[in-house]
Structures are given as structure tokens and as C-alpha cells.
Design a protein around this ligand. Structure first.
Ligand code: 13P
Ligand code: SF4
Length: 301
């Protein structure tokens, strides 16, 4: 039996479902039951009927799925697949901000640990951040952990006062504006589609800025035929599948998230066989850390 047949057999036997982010390897995307951006995956995780969720992504995604569905078994193919940015804020700074600013909302990008979420008022993803920040009653916004996403939202919601935190995604941060310009010189007609985790200089030269799903949908709906993609290269699989007649270019430093790539078919099979790598969130931590996630799902409706 092939590895794929084995995974599908075990999935049925164990009443399991596979969720995958667009940054994982093509063969893992192929085997997933649900694939999408982090907002879509959190919505899916909150409403599944299957007993076991195999989450092919990074820790904060598995952790969020467990918090939203505490009665389910959440397995991760590799427990070391973590998002470095998820740790780039701290509870002490949040406390200081609350002490020194009136009318403050702590807005937490979903790319954050459960520990950080429990000190936050609401979560957002790049797909819903503008809508949610606009809907908040508070004037002051302390946005953690990502500074690039924070600056992007702040420009679109000028009525709020933003306080920034110095977190960033190493994969997106490595991409340089000069590289994007070089690709643009080679393909002047190509549109630049970027994730808001990119540096401000890249966002300034972008024709579209959005989540991974946003980028994929934009490319499919556009009349244009060529695109420069400024986000993790995993999206190219879906982009090519959906648009065989279109061309997609990446900057010379092709953005690769090493943690997303830790998800492999062999590891999916292993966790389905053994039940290893279960995600645990203590009840004490969950009580407060799930609230900003639930508020996000409510405000994004
Ligand atoms: P999306 O919410 O756009 O899928 O992004 C998640 C992520 O980790 C981006 O680096
Ligand atoms: Fe985290 Fe960046 Fe990887 Fe997304 S691409 S999971 S933000 S390290």
C-alpha cells in the first residue's frame, strides 16, 4: 500500500481530518481535506465533526485548533514546527501598555502563542484585521507581535492610534525591495501581490496586499497574466493549479518558511499510526486564551 493509501485508510479508521496551510509542501496540500489561510483554517477547526484533527502548519495553528475544539484530539506531524514571530512579544510589555494607556485594546495577530493570546483582547489574521480593528470601540491599539502588519493596518484605519511592537516574520523580512524591483524590471507588466508581513518598502510598491487566500483569489480573478508573488513560495502550487496560463515570479531570495516545510507525508502517517505529537493546552491557559480567538470569529462575521 502506498503512503497516501495508508494515510487515507488510517484517516477513516481513526475518524481523522487533515488541515493544511498553503505554505506546506505540495504533496501535503494534496492529501489535506481542508486547505487555506489561517483565518479559514481557524473557522474550520472550530466546527469539525471528526474526532481527530491532524494540523499541517505551525504550533500556533495547532494550538488555536485545540483551544477552539478542546474535546478533539489535535495532532501535529512535527511538534517543532513553530513560528518564530509567535514568540516576539511579552506579557510584561502588555501589562505596561495597559498601565500607561487609557482606552487600549491589545490586538494579537493569530501568529502568537496561547500565552500571549491570554493577555490580549482580540485576535486577528491578515484576512480580517482591518475589519476587526475598525469595529473595536477603543481608540488606542497595541498590536502584537508583527510590526509590518501593524503599520499596514494603521494606514488603513487612521482614526485609531497604534502602538507598535518589534516582531516580524523572518521569512518575509528577508525579502528585499531591490529584489522585487529587479523582477519588476524584467517583467514590467507583472502585478506585485504581497502579504502584509512584508517590509513596508515592498508593500508600497504592491498592486495588491492580502492574506495567502487573498493573493490566490486575486490572481485567479485578475485579467492580468503575470504576477510577482511576495509571500512564502508554498502558495505557488495552488496559483499554478488554478491558473495554468498565468506566470508567477518570486524575488531572488525565494521566501521559504522552514517550519512549514517540516510537515511531510511520512510524519502525517506516523502521527496517525501512533497518536504521538498531540497538542495540549491546559484548561487554565485555555480559559483566557480562547476568548480573543472567539471574539475574532464573532467580529469577522
Ligand atoms: P495567512 O493568514 O495569510 O495564511 O498567513 C499566515 C502566515 O503565517 C503568514 O506568514
Ligand atoms: Fe511564521 Fe513567517 Fe512561517 Fe508564517 S511564514 S509561519 S509568519 S515564520
Amino acid at each position: 500500500m502506498s503512503i497516501i493509501e495508508n494515510i487515507n485508510k488510517l484517516k477513516k479508521e481513526k475518524n481523522a481530518v487533515i488541515l493544511a496551510h498553503y505554505y506546506v509542501r505540495p504533496e501535503v496540500q494534496d492529501i489535506a481535506d481542508y486547505i487555506g489561510d489561517s483565518f479559514y483554517l481557524s473557522k474550520v477547526a472550530a466546527g469539525l465533526t471528526e474526532q481527530t484533527i491532524v494540523f499541517c502548519g505551525v504550533s500556533f495553528m495547532g494550538e488555536s485548533a485545540k483551544m477552539l475544539s478542546p474535546g478533539k484530539t489535535v495532532l501535529m506531524p512535527d511538534l517543532t514546527a513553530d513560528c518564530p514571530m509567535a514568540h516576539m512579544a511579552d506579557a510584561e510589555t502588555i501589562r505596561k501598555m495597559r498601565d500607561t494607556h487609557e482606552d487600549l485594546a491589545v490586538v494579537c495577530y493569530i501568529n502568537s502563542t496561547a500565552e500571549l493570546k491570554q493577555h490580549s483582547d482580540v485576535c486577528v489574521t491578515s484576512a480580517n484585521a482591518v475589519k476587526i480593528v475598525k469595529a473595536l470601540p477603543n481608540k488606542n491599539i497595541f498590536f502584537i507581535p508583527d510590526r509590518n502588519l501593524a503599520h499596514y493596518i494603521a494606514a488603513l484605519v487612521p482614526e485609531k492610534h497604534f502602538i507598535y511592537n518589534e516582531g516580524f516574520c523572518p521569512t518575509h523580512e528577508r525579502m528585499q525591495a531591490e529584489e522585487v524591483l529587479r523582477v519588476k524590471e524584467e517583467h514590467p507588466q507583472a502585478l506585485v501581490l504581497s502579504h502584509p508581513e512584508c517590509r513596508e518598502e515592498i508593500l508600497k510598491m504592491s498592486d495588491y496586499i492580502g492574506s495567502t487566500s487573498g493573493i490566490i483569489n486575486y490572481a485567479a480573478q485578475s485579467e492580468e497574466k503575470e504576477f510577482i508573488i511576495c509571500t512564502e513560495e508554498g502558495v505557488s502550487y495552488k496559483l499554478q493549479q488554478d491558473n495554468p496560463d498565468k506566470k508567477f515570479y518570486f524575488p531572488e531570495t525565494v521566501p521559504v518558511c522552514p517550519n512549514m516545510k517540516k510537515n511531510t507525508l511520512e510524519k502525517i502517517l506516523h502521527v496517525l499510526e501512533t497518536g504521538e505529537n498531540e497538542v495540549h493546552v491546559s484548561d487554565k491557559l485555555r480559559v483566557n486564551s480562547v476568548k480573543p480567538l472567539e471574539r475574532m470569529l464573532e467580529l469577522a462575521k
